[in-house]
Design a protein around this ligand. Structure first.
Ligand code: FES
Ligand code: FES
Length: 161
């Protein structure tokens, strides 16, 4: 077991974990952060995307011990005081989801994308989300949602890291 201490969605946590434990497992199984989804476990789908020190990562591709000392934001930490993050709101407004399975990862990746490029072209949005798969193939409205969020100037609003 290895002792780790990190901040997750604004709360400091400390735990003993097996060195092989994945960050996504730690978030879901130890912290109950089931909003972070496991879609493939092979770093293909992006459903497990979270922010690690402000950068999006696929949490099935990161060991929990690698997050020691870091700040992690999950989909559950985006809303502030009961108010959806602007990107969450844009997905809701533009119907950027069907079954919703991919949505947490899509939103976390979109927030990161807009932080790095507040006014992306459609092509840049599609490229920025290429690591996130939607089995419902609802990509059109997802892209519209990101465009809507960008138009609202929402890249720097809300929690992002
Ligand atoms: S569960 Fe991590 S990329 Fe699919
Ligand atoms: S909305 Fe169903 S997987 Fe994307």
């Amino acid at each position: 077991m290895t002792r780790i201490s990190l901040t997750v969605d604004g709360a400091t946590v400390a735990d003993d974990v097996e060195p092989r434990m994945l960050l996504v497992q730690y978030l879901r199984e130890r912290l109950g952060k089931t909003g972070t989804v496991i879609g493939c476990d092979t770093s293909n789908c992006g459903a497990c995307t979270v922010h690690l020190d402000g950068q999006s990562v696929k949490s099935c591709n990161v060991l929990a011990v690698q997050a020691d000392g870091a700040t992690v934001t999950t989909i559950e930490g985006l809303a502030q005081n009961g108010t959806l993050h602007p990107v969450q709101e844009a997905f809701r407004e533009c119907h950027g989801l069907q079954c919703g399975f991919c949505t947490p990862g899509m939103i976390m990746q979109s927030v990161d994308l807009l932080n790095n490029n507040p006014s992306p072209s459609e092509e840049e949005i599609r490229l920025g989300l290429e690591g996130n798969l939607c089995r419902c193939t609802g990509y059109h409205n997802i892209v519209r949602a990101v465009q809507h969020a960008a138009a609202q100037g929402s890249s720097t609003a809300g929690a992002t890291s």
